[in-house]
Ligand binder design. Structure first.
Ligand code: BJW
Length: 250
């Protein structure tokens, strides 16, 4: 694959690499993507459920959907794509370079794959909070006893994720913007690149001089310089082998 070779050459000389991931990275772990027919749940559109309005109107429905996804995430295992991204971080940091992983995913699989510098732009589904007080709790890995589940301060528990119309955590967004200042290459993996502000990072990175690369089973509207088309769990290990040799993966 011609593009894979040229991306591998650029990756070999990059001193600062940022990876932006989306739901497609976890598809090979058996988790559903957000968009498309596979993302629908019991006849409900995820883009409607992932809103404060849906939770206010039907907290039982939204809680059950998120609890089902929480348990699926806890039961899933990181796949070859998560492991390749963690390997890339170790390689770069070990060689004195800089690395940041900006993820839109809430499933915690990057951290479980060994990634250390993980910036969660849309929160984490394993943590919930009382919708009145905001106090956070980490529920046991078993289904809730009721939907919605009462929180510690008299409200309902809601997942500690970012819904449409809500603002991204300030620290996470600041970290994402800061990474643009040293990023030589941005790898955009398994995201449809339609949700802002994350989707806007690609053009900002390109404007700042970074090489931009999309890894996806299909081309999206993201304006990138290179597209590597295929499952992330196959493309990323091949890319790393081409760039750095196929040393033991750990
Ligand atoms: C594979 C694969 C394999 C499959 N290998 N690839 C500017 C313009 C227009 C609108 C806005 C704007 N700025 C803000 C907005 C509004 C809104 C927005 O972006 N709307 C758009 C839909 C138009 N954004 C917001 O509201 C954000 N907040 C905000 O901006 O605050 C300031 C503000 C407030 C109020 C008004 C205005 C501004 C918050 C966005 C929060 C998004 N939250 C969600 C839910 C999180 C919790 C949960 O998981 O339930 O985040 S929505 C959902 O989309 C989720 C995802 O992280 C996110 C992105 O989806 P992702 O990851 O790309 O998944 P998919 O399914 O879409 O794509 C999967 C991809 O993988 C596909 O491309 C496949 O081909 C591919 N794939 N298998 C490689 N094996």
């Amino acid at each position: 694959m011609h593009d894979l070779r040229s991306v591998a050459m650029a990756l070999r000389t990059a001193r600062g690499v940022v990876v932006l991931t989306g739901a497609g990275v976890s598809v090979e772990s058996g988790l559903r993507p957000f968009r498309g027919a596979d993302g629908w749940w019991k006849g409900h559109d995820p883009t409607v459920l992932a809103t404060p309005e849906a939770f206010a109107a039907d907290p039982a429905l939204v809680s059950e959907w998120y609890d089902t996804r929480r348990l699926a995430a806890l039961a899933a295992q990181p796949n070859a794509a998560h492991r390749a991204i963690s390997r890339l971080e170790r390689h770069l940091v070990g060689a004195g370079g800089r690395f940041a992983l900006l993820t839109q995913n809430v499933d915690d699989l990057h951290r479980r794959a060994g990634s250390e510098h993980v910036v969660e732009l849309h929160g984490n589904i394993t943590v919930w909070r009382d919708h009145r007080s905001g106090r956070k709790v980490t529920p046991e890995p078993v289904p809730f006893t009721a939907y919605p589940q009462p929180g510690p301060d008299g409200g309902w528990l809601r997942p500690d994720v970012v819904w449409f119309g809500e603002v991204l955590p300030t620290a996470a967004w600041n970290a994402a913007e800061a990474a643009l200042s040293w990023c030589d290459m941005l790898l955009v993996v398994g995201t449809s690149s339609v949700v802002f502000p994350a989707a806007g990072l690609v053009e900002r990175a390109a404007a700042a001089g970074a090489v931009t690369v999309e890894v996806n089973v299909e081309a999206t509207y993201a304006r990138v310089e290179h597209r590597l088309v295929g499952p992330a769990g196959e493309v990323l290990p091949r890319l790393l082998d081409e760039a750095f040799g196929n040393a033991p993966r750990g």
